[in-house]
Design a protein around this ligand. Structure first.
Ligand SMILES: Cc1ncc(COP(=O)(O)O)c(C=O)c1O
Length: 420
């Protein structure tokens, strides 16, 4: 399975973009998006799971329209966490039976529009209170998101399966869930998503077992079939140098614990990070190098901080992205390594992408490549200090194609955002 490029490849692709005149003086940072890695990840999903599993890729992780279009063109579906994401997906060409709608804050009007306009889309409810907002003759497949109350092996911010979670109906409310299935005959699915960047998958496997047991009881009491089970996302990306978690192992485990799972239900997945994390990387210009005392660790000021990396910067124990240093012309920097802090451009003290990075001695006008930014980085873009969202360059080494996938935001875009 493809992971990230080598340092030499970063240098080659960056210089390729320069030769193609895709980068200009105002591009103080550029995002590169790799379609070979995307294809490889998508194919891996399809090849590893049984053929009829529907993979709805989580839009929130990487909402670039051209990328959504690519995902759809290759036969995959999309998972929308908001009504706006549903609309973005439709602009990208999603037919209604390639959509899963999961927002925890669905309004009456959104539910009504879904039922009238995209009746093939799966809607997963987050709370039983949503049900009375549904028309009784709704055609959409409707699932209940269940909180299986397992201990997800991830940092607390990504864990959504504790009793204090705002997601899903706790499985301990089994009687209420069954009562809802009796009262609302249009419910025909169950949904779980226990958390993201899961270090181990055992809790997910256990959660699938609880869902199957719940489906048994629902079927016994309602005499109706639970048609689909959506097992959510959560499979991790590998930001370090070690091996990627094995999806084959995970799928085999599900099959050996629950041999008829994939035959009994239509199974849906909602992976985001696993698909996208390694597809994109950033090249950011070192605008200044600060060193106020002779023995201080130098601080490289680059053009992306908490605006592109809010989770890395605001959260304890953040993901640490690998960094590569290029010379101003894009050649790999080979100077001896020393510690550096990497500072962003925003106006608050904590705006550091990371501290104590051992890197070849950085100088002003070098370029820093930040790896693995395809998931949950630029998709969480913040307007703090009103900086422009960078240009995105798409490429495929395999097909020898490189082009501007999204232009850099200009000042008019920002003025419009702020109501100008
Ligand atoms: C309901 C739901 N599905 C899928 C995902 C995607 O998860 P991941 O990126 O960990 O695969 C998320 C992420 O937060 C989610 O909330």
């Amino acid at each position: 399975m493809l992971n990230r490029l080598t340092d030499e490849q970063y240098s080659q692709v960056y210089q390729w973009a320069i030769r193609e005149k895709l980068i200009d003086q105002q591009d103080n940072s550029v995002i590169f998006f790799d379609f070979d890695i995307l294809n490889n990840r998508l194919e891996h999903l399809r090849d590893t799971f049984p053929e009829h599993v529907q993979h709805a890729i989580a839009i929130k992780t990487c909402p670039l329209i051209q990328v959504l279009k690519h995902v759809l063109d290759h036969g995959y579906s999309l998972e929308a966490a908001s009504f706006e994401e549903l609309q973005i997906a439709q602009v990208a060409g999603a037919g209604s039976n390639h959509l899963v709608f999961d927002s925890p804050a669905k309004t009456r009007s959104e539910i009504s529009q879904c039922s009238q306009q995209i009746s093939g889309a799966i809607i997963n409810i987050n709370t039983l209170d949503e049900l009375e907002r549904f028309p009784t003759d709704i055609k959409n497949p409707v699932g209940i998101r269940i909180n299986p109350l397992v201990k997800a092996d991830t940092v607390s911010l990504y864990n959504v399966s504790g009793m204090e979670s705002k997601f899903g109906v706790p499985i301990s409310r089994k009687e209420d869930i069954i009562q809802a299935c009796l009262q609302y005959p249009f419910i025909n699915g169950l949904h779980i998503h226990i958390g993201s960047q899961l270090k181990t998958l055992d809790a997910n496997i256990k959660a699938i077992g609880s869902i199957i047991a719940l489906a048994d009881e629902i079927e016994q009491q309602t005499l109706r079939k639970v048609e689909f089970v959506d097992i959510g996302g959560g499979f991790p990306a590998n930001y370090g140098k070690g091996k990627q978690e094995s999806l084959d192992w995970y799928v085999n485990e599900i099959q050996s614990h629950y041999p008829d799972f994939f035959q009994r239900f239509k199974v849906i997945t909602e992976y985001g990070r696993f698909v996208y994390a390694h597809t994109a990387w950033l090249v950011s210009h070192v605008e200044y190098l600060l060193k106020h005392e002779a023995d201080a660790t130098p601080i490289a000021i680059i053009h992306n901080g908490g605006d592109m990396f809010p989770r890395e910067i605001y959260q304890p124990n953040p993901i640490r992205h690998q960094i590569t240093v290029l010379e101003p012309d894009g050649n790999l920097k080979t100077a001896p390594s020393q510690p550096h802090h990497i500072g962003g451009p925003l106006c608050y003290g904590g705006d550091f992408l990371g501290k104590n990075y051992e890197l070849p001695k950085i100088e002003m006008d070098d370029k820093l490549v930040v790896a693995d930014i395809g998931a949950n980085t630029f998709s969480l873009w913040s307007r703090h200090c009103s900086r422009s969202f960078p240009k995105v360059i798409g490429y495929s080494l395999q097909h020898q194609k490189i082009y501007c996938l999204k232009k850099r935001e200009d000042i008019q875009d920002i003025i419009r955002f702020w109501g100008g």
